[in-house]
Each structure stands twice: as C-alpha cells, then as structure tokens.
Design a protein around this ligand. Structure first.
Ligand code: ADP
Length: 267
C-alpha cells in the first residue's frame, strides 16, 4: 500500500507555509478567537511582504468571519482548490463559518465528519506561500485537536499558544491543555492570561475583578514549566472592534491592552 494521497497533498500544501501556530484554550469564551484574529491582523500589518493565513476550525462556533469583517462571504473553488477569503492582499482567512448557509445555523457533526472537514481544509485550501498560518481551534482537547496535530505534525508545527482567563475553573482546564500538548509532542510557545484585570478608562487604574486568582496563570505556567507570555486586560473596546471586524491594535493604538498585546506578539 502506497502513501495516503491526502496526506501527500497536505504535506505539499504545508511545505509552502513557513510557520504554523495553533491557538488553544481549555474553555470557551476566554478570548481565543479574539487572540487569533488580533495576532493575524498584527503580523499582516507589520509588512505587506508577510503573508498570513488564519484557519478557523472551531466547527461548533466559528466566530472568525465576523471578527475579521468577512460575514456573509462565501468560499470560491478553482482548479487549485478552495480559495480563502482575503481581508488584505497579505491576510487570508478560511473558516467553517463560510460554509454555513446562515449565521444561526448550528453545526452538529460527529467526529468522523469533523475530522474529514479538517483534513479537507488542510488539503484543499489554496493558501499559496504563507509566512504564518494561525489555526484557531475549538475549546478543550477533542478529536479536532488530535486530527490537526496528526496532520500538521509531519510538516513541522511551530507550537501552540494557550489562552486562559484568570479564574480557577479556566486554569484547571489549561493544565489539561498543557498535558495534551506534552503528550502529543506539540511544543508550547506559551500561556496568555486574557481578561486579566480591568483598566479604568477614566483614571487608568487597574482593578482585579477576578480576585483572588488573577495572576494565577503565570504561577501555573511556572509550576508546569512552560513560558508565560503575558496578560491582556479587559477592555470593552476589544469586543467592539471584534464586532465591527476591525483590528483593535490599529483602531486603539495607545490603549493598555494594545501595549500588552504588542509585548506578547513580539515574543
Ligand atoms: P473564545 O474564542 O475563547 O470562545 P472569544 O474570542 O470569542 O472567545 O471572546 C469571547 C468574548 O469576549 C467576545 O465577545 C470578545 O469580543 C470578548 N473579549 C475577548 N477578549 C477580551 C478582552 N480582553 N476584553 C474585553 N472583551 C474581550
């Protein structure tokens, strides 16, 4: 039996991608998709010469089309495969959200179908040459994670960034996430604590609204011997920028959250 032709095609596509980064979170709603989108915008905005792809495999709750300002867009096919949707010439997006008929349609698929779709995304999306492929994954560690790791591992995955909020319940799941990465051999780029404190826009003073666990992600990262990348405060304007499909770092260049995002992205 020869090699699986699908795997050969994935390897050929992925050979054109220099860096591949998975964005993971233990729980939903901690800001994973927000982080994936802002990271993609930030890398693409650095230089027109840097080609960025954002792949959203959050099959049950794809929010990337909206955050990237691409709601209602459809995928086009060509002889080269599925063409991603472009935000800018150097920023391409593919999401299961583009395949849904309408926004409220829920995707309830069984494991094999999800795996099939992930395989198809990796095999058929015509990214061309990319400097970075950012992969926004569903929360937790499910079949989708195993599939993506299995398909990407052979073509060298840079690693995973794990997003968490400061609460204990979220941190417990981050431990599971870290253990998953260690088990399947995915390098951990680091942990990010999102929604970490609130900076008052009037007095610029920070309040720790999740006391007493705020800062817990840093201690946990240290204990589990993985890098801690930084903390992003709560800023309602982040949610607004996402709702409007805009880059928060571009629309709010001087905010505290932008400062923290930049410190993290520079690592
Ligand atoms: P996930 O992908 O982990 O499910 P999202 O990225 O969709 O989470 O974020 C959940 C909600 O929280 C969104 O409405 C988003 O705009 C908002 N959000 C994310 N990070 C922040 C933050 N640092 N400050 C304020 N709102 C945030």
């Amino acid at each position: 039996k020869g090699p699986d032709p699908d795997i050969v095609t994935i390897e050929e596509r992925m050979a054109l991608v220099k860096h591949k980064i998975l964005i993971l979170s233990g729980k939903g709603g901690v800001g994973k998709s927000t982080f994936s989108s802002q990271l993609s915008f930030a890398i693409a905005n650095k230089s027109q010469d840097i080609q960025v792809g954002l792949l959203d495999i959050d099959i049950c709750g794809p929010s990337i089309p909206k955050i990237m300002g691409l709601e209602g867009e459809q995928i086009h096919t060509s002889s080269q495969g599925w063409d991603p949707v472009y935000v800018e010439d150097n920023l391409a997006v593919m999401s299961v959200g583009f395949l849904l008929e309408d926004e409220d349609e829920a995707v309830i698929w069984r494991g094999p179908k999800k795996n099939g779709l992930i395989k198809q995304f990796l095999k058929d999306v015509n990214w061309g040459e990319l400097d970075y492929l950012i992969v926004d994954t569903p929360p937790g560690t499910s079949d989708e994670h195993l599939s993506i790791v299995q398909y990407l591992k052979t073509s060298s995955l840079d690693g995973a960034v794990i997003i968490t909020s400061p609460q204990d319940v979220a941190l417990i799941d981050v431990r599971k996430e870290i253990n998953f990465c260690k088990k399947v051999g995915v390098p951990i780029i680091g942990v990010v604590e999102n929604m970490s404190g609130f900076v008052c826009p009037k007095c610029n003073k920070e309040s720790q609204i999740f006391l007493p666990t705020s800062g817990g992600a840093e201690a946990m990262a240290k204990e589990m011997e993985v890098p801690f990348l930084g903390k992003i405060p709560i800023d309602p304007l982040i949610a607004r920028s996402c709702d409007e499909g805009k880059s928060y770092l571009t629309t709010h260049p001087d905010s505290e959250a932008t400062k923290q995002y930049k410190l993290i992205f520079d690592k």
